[in-house]
Design a protein around this ligand. Structure first.
Ligand SMILES: O=c1[nH]cnc2c1ncn2[C@@H]1O[C@H](CO)[C@@H](O)[C@H]1O
Ligand SMILES: [Zn+2]
Length: 381
């Protein structure tokens, strides 16, 4: 899979943070415009490197500290609108045909905006971005997920916001932020409210913390999807040994996951439940390397979970902090874990099936955009 082929292939993105995907140049320009003088670097190229290196800390908590600088320049309607517009244009240029972009409205109130004003400014930017992308020959649709921060106490308010704007561009709800010490059950009220409203939500779980977090997200909170969910492999046995331990002793074998005999693999109850119920996993390989949730691209559990036919989706998480894009994630997996165009098409269709927009619209995108797009690239499945 060449970078060009990966770019031209239609792709679907379910897990992308708006405040983690700014253009470095835009951060510089907005900082100048709003008088924010605490950027660690003044020049866009240097700043891009700073974000990537700082996010490479090996810890989720330190990774998340880098967001102080993007959030600082996303406090006005104009800046939110610009960031949203540009993110749509960037995704479309990379061949993404449908995306769900998430952000935490509660983090954009420092200059006096209301939650509603934040949502409306972002939506306006998304609509402008869609129009510009269509003009440029790369049609895309983008909906928003509103995130509540798991250490804070605003989740019910944000859940209400998701329902209020459900017919105006907001397709669902999420919780994010530091995972250890902040179990999703702290926000049960919000999730129960959303379920009563027949609304959709995903929960960041199984990234910096393991199975209890995934179990709570699914069995207590009722999450429709899992953000990351990569540590579901803690509930997998390989030749009778826990997967993490087996992987550790095979860490020098780049082909360990590609060559593994699936007859030696046994799922625990929770992993089996996740696979049986087709619970979508929003997997983000590059991001996981930076927070130490995975060892390498070659040994990222996504390749095992794909081979086991979990409902795997491929995502960017934070394009700025990971210096990535959907096509880069695909190329990395192709180069280091033997993924091919068939795999990319499979995760793309998985993602579209798992999107929070109505079923008929998902189907129309699969049949009318994704399948024909892959046929055009020579896919003959
Ligand atoms: O991988 C992640 N795990 C948990 N939280 C995250 C991740 N990436 C970003 N955010 C958090 O989500 C907020 C809203 O977009 C960001 O401000 C960041 O704090
Ligand atoms: Zn995330």
């Amino acid at each position: 899979m060449t970078p060009e082929l990966a770019r031209r292939a239609p792709k679907v993105l379910l897990h992308d943070h708006l405040d983690g995907g700014l253009r470095p140049q835009t951060v510089v320009e907005l900082a100048e415009a709003v008088g924010y003088d605490a950027l660690p670097e003044a020049e866009a190229g240097q700043l891009a490197r700073w974000f990537q290196e700082s996010a490479d800390s090996g810890s989720l908590v330190r990774y998340l500290e880098t967001f102080a600088h993007t959030l600082a320049v996303m406090q006005t309607k104009e800046s939110l609108r610009r960031v949203a517009r540009e993110s749509v244009q960037d995704l479309a240029a990379d061949g993404v045909v449908y995306a769900e972009s998430r952000y935490a409205p509660e983090q954009h109130l420092e200059a006096g905006l209301t939650l509603e004003e934040v949502v409306e400014a972002v939506n306006a930017g998304f609509r402008e971005g869609e129009a510009l992308a269509a003009e440029a020959g790369h049609p895309i649709r983008v909906t928003a997920l509103v995130t509540a921060m798991r250490h804070a106490a605003k989740s019910t308010e944000i859940a209400r916001l998701a329902v209020r704007y459900r017919d105006e561009g907001v397709s669902g709800f999420d919780i994010a932020g530091a995972e250890a010490g902040f179990p999703p059950t702290r926000h049960l009220d919000a999730f129960e409210y959303l379920r009563r409203e027949n609304a959709h939500f995903t929960i960041h779980a199984g990234e910096a913390f393991g199975l209890p977090s995934i179990w709570e997200a699914i069995q207590w909170c009722g999450a429709d999807r899992l953000g990351h969910g990569v540590r579901i492999v803690d509930d997998v046995l390989v030749a009778g040994r826990p997967f993490p331990e087996w992987l550790e002793s095979n860490r020098h074998d780049e082909r360990a996951l590609v060559d593994l005999d699936l007859a030696d693999v046994k799922l625990g109850r929770l992993a089996a439940y996740v696979r049986d119920m087709r619970i979508p996993l929003e997997m983000c390989p590059s991001s996981n390397l930076q927070t130490s949730a995975a060892l390498s691209i070659a040994l990222h559990p996504i390749t095992l979970l794909k081979r086991l036919r979990f409902r795997v989706t491929l995502n960017t998480d934070n394009r700025l902090m990971s210096n990535t894009s959907m096509s880069k994630e695909a190329v990395l997996l192709a180069e280091q874990a033997e993924w091919d165009l068939t795999d990319l098409r499979w995760v793309t269709i998985n993602a579209m099936k798992s999107a929070f927009i109505p079923f008929d619209e998902r189907l129309a995108t699969i049949e009318g955009v994704i399948k024909p797009g892959y046929r055009q690239l020579g896919y003959m499945g």
